[in-house]
Design a protein around this ligand. Structure first.
Ligand code: EPS
Length: 379
């Protein structure tokens, strides 16, 4: 079982992720993890904190000579803006944040809740996901995340292969696949920021090169779609998850939803073993198992709940109506969400990969991967 936990407060000393169950024998490089951390900090519309931080990963345990040992891997991202001890409490909870509910539930200060509820914690979730992407990469499995919608502006543009899409995304200041739409989006973010408001959006993740049979139909908590939905919904500010056609599938007859099966011998050495689908409305998952098609996951992110203009709230001490507290925040963090969701999806897929093929060593994983593909081709 591949799993991880995180620890750390937004303005505490450090953030940590401990990854357990990662196979031995994978040579790691930290640059690609740092690259993901930098992308998470970016995207037009982010707040002042990102000008203070330059997130970098340090691998504290589980590695010898850059190679994984099979023991728990601890990843650290240090907070430059460490000032927790000097910070006071808040009196006026922000609607949409965990402030009110957490203060009531834990019978304590809002500060104790917001420090851990903050999306700052996603830095180490991204580090864990970026680590798992190196495992996926060893088997030719590639992952991309991008922004599909921002503040109601829908951006298509899915031309070309995954590498071409990555290039386009990396040219866009908000990580869409169509940088020619950037000006329009920038204008919206600027206008919204000036009015003291915030914006949400929809992000999409695609995973290509997946084999048949990650996840299982046999038990509810091991179905891969369910596990992905849980991981994605657990990202701060995510309010909805779709796989493939998602909600639209509910509005159409079956003949316009289900992906026909066609056999094409020329593709039998590829991940789909020759079973091609003219459409991929299932988003790569049927009955909780990968079906040889690209995995497609979308997530809806609500607007940041810290608004400069301060929404209607109540002072917890006086019970009088007052505007919600404002602490430095972002106008829009949808681009960051595309990086976070990309990485949490990658981690779940890596978990399902080692569940099927083993998590002791990379050599055994490779041998079992090869054996399965030989056997599956003869099925
Ligand atoms: C974030 C760091 C935070 C916020 C933001 C995300 O830093 P600070 O609170 O010091 O400005 O910018 O947090 C939230 C969106 C939130 O809801 O708490 C980060 O690194 O992603």
């Amino acid at each position: 079982m591949l799993r991880y936990w995180t620890a750390g407060e937004s303005h505490g000393k450090t953030l940590l992720a401990m990854v357990d169950g990662f196979p031995a024998g994978l040579t790691l490089e930290t640059d690609s993890i740092d690259n993901e951390l930098a992308r998470r900090q970016g995207g037009y519309g982010r707040g002042g904190r990102q000008r203070i931080e330059t997130d970098k990963v340090e691998i504290l345990t589980g590695v010898w000579k850059n190679t994984t040992l099979g023991s728990p891997i601890t990843l650290q991202v240090v907070n430059r803006d460490y000032k927790l001890e000097r910070l006071g409490d808040l009196e006026r909870p922000r609607p949409g944040h965990g402030d009110l509910t957490g203060a009531v539930k834990f019978l304590g200060p809002i500060r104790a809740i917001l420090e851990r509820a903050s999306a700052r914690e996603t830095a180490v979730r991204v580090a864990a996901g970026a680590l798992s992407k190196q495992l996926l990469g060893a088997f030719g499995i590639q992952v991309i995340g991008f922004v599909r919608e921002l503040g109601g502006i829908v951006v298509d543009g899915e031309e070309g292969d995954l590498e071409q899409q990555k290039q386009l995304r990396d040219q866009s200041i908000v990580y869409t696949l169509d940088p020619t739409r950037d000006d329009e989006i920038k204008e919206l973010i600027d206008k919204t920021g000036k009015s003291g408001d915030t914006l949400g959006g929809v992000v999409e993740v695609r995973v290509e090169g997946l084999p048949f049979g990650l996840g299982t139909h046999a038990q509810w908590d091991r179905k891969l779609d369910g596990r992905i939905a849980q991981a994605v919904m657990a990202v701060q500010a995510i309010k909805g998850v779709e796989i493939g056609m998602g909600f639209e599938a509910a509005r159409r007859p079956g003949s316009q939803v289900h992906d026909a099966i066609v056999y094409d011998e020329s593709q039998q050495d590829g991940p789909n073993l020759g079973y091609t689908r003219p459409t991929n409305n299932a988003g790569g998952l049927e009955a909780g198992m990968t079906n040889g098609q690209p995995l497609i996951v979308r997530a809806a992110k609500k607007p940041i709940s810290t608004l400069r203009k301060g929404l209607d709230s109540v002072n917890l001490n006086t019970k009088q109506p007052e505007a919600a507290e404002y602490e430095r925040s972002d106008v829009c963090a949808v681009s960051a969400a595309s990086v976070i969701v990309e990485n949490v999806v990658a981690f779940e897929v890596a978990g399902a990969l080692v569940e099927k093929f083993g998590n002791d060593s990379m050599d055994e994983l490779q041998a079992r991967w090869d054996l399965f593909h030989d056997m599956a081709k003869r099925r």
